[in-house]
Design a protein around this ligand. Structure first.
Ligand code: SF4
Length: 581
């Protein structure tokens, strides 16, 4: 098995063991909804007359960000279905909505104009949904959970702790080991060395988001994709939050577009959402199964802001936050097995995203809630076997969320090469048939496998990205370099720790990739972490990695065409500091 840990195993180090009944890994909306629901269920169960009470329970949640919400990133327009089920009076409880959607536009852009759909396609209709900052939303969820007192249950929310590796016993998941703190770059201990702990649990719920390193370990050991029709696939999204003069954008307005500035054959799209306090969320996603070795969501976003329909909304404004993240878009046919002895997968880690709607928060939350239903039964029966926990999979697949994913099952594969006439026909078929299209199930392709050489894609061997004019000048006012932008992600890592981006096959693989494909990691990374520098003889011999800029988007782990990068967690607490994303 490959090693998904940043740190050495350190068998000599004594580790404290902490026991939980239930352990959630990751403080995204899926896990927080699962924890919230579990508390509701335990409370209701214990109040039933004659029920055998569940008492003395310990439930933990670890999160690699320094604070819950720091690493939460999304567009986002929230479909409130799951939130309504979980907490019907969410607005009365101070839910941080940025406003309900009241007007919307959907466009197919050309460089100077475009075609506006007279009525948004059904899957992009958002009236009544809520614009949110996911970072604010999960902070609110965590605060609500922390304020609760459920008799018989001790809840521990533990930000600043990264899960380093899965703990196994006899083929069963029994928890996670957290990362050591206070380790030098060469692996030696600093004076403030603190060994990671072994957090043991009867059931562990993995909600790490897209391409979690623990989820990868689980898949390698348990072959969780064995029955999946398609591999797990992703888009890469970047986003800026702007503060603009009053009147630039109507409250409740949202816009989606595709077309320009994507190249022919590329799939993706934009969003512009009015937030509260005269802020705008503006972003772009691009599919990572593109053949283009020079795909760069950040550059696409910089170009996009100049479109005549978009530029006036930003006029006179100021960019205040930036971030990037991969998102899972495979959906139904890419989902892994959801449960196994001692563990479950929820949210993006389980591809619970509807690519057609560009939405997954509500699906992930429903996943967490279905997981909680099964956990309650497992706690009552003291049975955390594969068979017991697989009830979660069945209940999710049979829920409205599973039904929604099923209907969108061919969407991503249909638009793999953009909004072509064939793709439009398939979308029409799918709308008429609850998701069936000719060729169902359509095949998706592993993102790392699709990148072509510059010779194949641009018809020029040895071409480098800077050899081409991309039509963007970075002025620091409306258009920003990656380094300007990443400064506003708040990213920070202690530089004196082992690098968390592992080159697994050697630098020579990167050098060949530079020669043949122009080193796509130096282009798609939204934080300019990877650079290829010639030595004194003009030869490029290795890739330089400025890991302290990494915003944990996971794109390099997904899209490196040589599969030469593994993203592993840095010391807990490092990474971006999102407050508006
Ligand atoms: Fe994303 Fe990788 Fe760049 Fe980090 S180094 S920001 S995970 S592409």
């Amino acid at each position: 098995m490959r090693d998904f840990s940043t740190q050495s195993a350190r068998p000599d180090v004594a580790r404290e063991e902490l026991d939980f009944d239930v352990l959630f890994v990751g403080a995204g909306p899926s896990n927080l909804a699962g924890l919230w629901r579990l508390l509701d269920l335990i409370e209701a169960h214990n109040q039933q007359p004659g029920a055998k009470k569940l008492e003395g329970l310990t439930i933990g949640l670890i999160e690699k960000g320094a604070e819950i919400g720091d690493h939460a990133f999304s567009g986002a327009v929230l479909d409130p279905s799951a939130l309504n089920e979980l907490v019907p009076d969410f607005m009365a409880k101070g839910f941080p909505s940025e406003g309900e959607v009241t007007s919307e536009e959907v466009w197919m852009f050309t460089e100077r104009s475009g075609f506006q759909f007279p009525v948004p396609p059904p899957f992009l209709q958002n009236h009544g949904n809520h614009v949110v900052s996911l970072s604010k939303m999960v902070r609110w969820m965590a605060a609500q959970i922390e304020a609760r007192e459920v008799p018989g249950v001790d809840v521990m929310l533990l930000p600043g702790f990264a899960g380093m590796k899965v703990l196994w016993e006899a083929g069963k998941v029994v928890g996670v080991q957290t990362a050591d703190k206070g380790v030098n770059a060469d692996g030696t201990k600093k004076s403030n060395f603190e060994p990671g702990n072994n957090l043991k649990a009867k059931v562990t719920i993995f909600g790490e988001g897209p391409r979690g390193h623990l989820s990868r370990e689980l898949d390698e050991v348990l072959n969780l994709q064995a029955s999946s029709k398609n591999p797990q696939v992703y888009e890469m999204g970047v986003k800026e939050v702007w503060e603009v003069p009053e009147g630039n954008i109507e409250p409740g307005f949202v816009l989606h577009s595709t077309g320009w500035p994507l190249s022919d054959g590329e799939s993706g799209g934009s969003w512009v959402y009015a937030m509260g306090a005269n802020r705008i969320s503006i972003g772009y996603v691009v599919s990572l199964d593109t053949k283009d070795p020079f795909v760069d969501a950040h550059l696409i976003l910089q170009k996009f802001k100049a479109h005549p329909r978009i530029a006036p909304m930003l006029a006179g404004g100021k960019m205040v936050q930036y971030g990037g993240k991969a998102l899972a878009i495979g959906g139904w046919y890419s989902m892994p097995r959801l449960a196994f002895a001692g563990g479950m997968l929820v949210g993006d880690a389980a591809q619970m995203v509807n690519a057609a709607r560009l939405k997954g928060i509500h699906l992930g939350m429903k996943g967490g809630m279905c997981a909680a239903d099964t956990i309650l039964s497992a706690l009552k029966e003291n049975d955390f076997s594969d068979k017991s926990l697989m009830r979660y999979s069945k209940s999710f697949m049979n829920s409205w969320a599973g039904n929604e994913l099923y209907k969108a099952r061919n969407f991503h594969a249909s638009i793999e090469h953009g909004l072509t006439p064939g793709a439009a026909l398939n979308i029409g078929f799918a709308l008429a048939t609850s998701g069936w299209v000719p060729g169902d199930p359509m095949k998706s392709h592993k993102d790392a496998s699709t990148t072509q050489t510059t010779e194949a894609y641009y018809n020029k061997k040895g071409l480098k990205r800077d050899d081409l004019d991309w039509g963007v000048k970075f002025d620091g006012q409306k258009t920003f370099t990656k380094l300007d932008d990443v400064y506003l992600s708040g990213v920070m890592h202690d530089e004196h720790q082992p690098g968390h981006l592992k080159i697994t096959k050697g630098d020579h693989v990167c050098v060949t990739c530079w020669d043949e494909k122009g080193a796509p990691c130096t282009i798609f990374c939204p934080a300019q972490v990877y650079e290829m520098h010639p030595d004194l003889n003009g030869l490029v011999k290795k890739v330089d990695i400025a890991f302290s800029n990494c915003v944990h988007c996971k794109t390099c782990d997904i899209k490196c065409p040589e599969e030469n990068v593994i993203w592993t967690p840095p010391e807990g607490g490092g990474g971006p500091k999102y407050t508006l994303c």
